[in-house]
Write a protein that binds this ligand. Sequence first.
Ligand code: HEC
Length: 110
Amino acid sequence: MMKISITRWKKSALLLAGVTFAATFLITSVPARTGTNDDSAALYKAKCFACHGATAEKKFDATKADDELIQTVLKGKKAEKPPSMPGYEEKGITADQAKALVALMKSLKH
Ligand code: HEC
């Protein structure tokens, strides 16, 4: 009886160590994500700022679904009057970057 409970304790200790390790790993990987945000901020300033403004206040409806907005970044959208939204997929923007840019624009606008 006693022996079993010790084994259980050892198992929980092992589990706890595992969880702690996973948590540490998650926390240390956060700076990498912040780096990605800085990249999108630089990208936004270089490529999008001129038409959409400093706080994405122009030609951007933050209430639309992310997927729709991401598609517009990748494929572009013809406006009634020029300038139109260019498609950025052919200019080398990846789906991940488009997603980060849309998230950035939403955060700027709010
Ligand atoms: C030459 C000007 C121009 C540039 C540069 C530009 N956009 Fe646009 N963008 C537009 C116009 C115009 C529209 C609106 C098209 C329409 O629906 O009439 C638009 C629409 C969008 C939309 C969809 C908004 C909505 O409400 O549906 C997103 C998202 C977007 N742009 C993101 C970006 C990002 C990200 C960049 C930089 C990588 C960028 N744009 C660069 C002109 C531009």
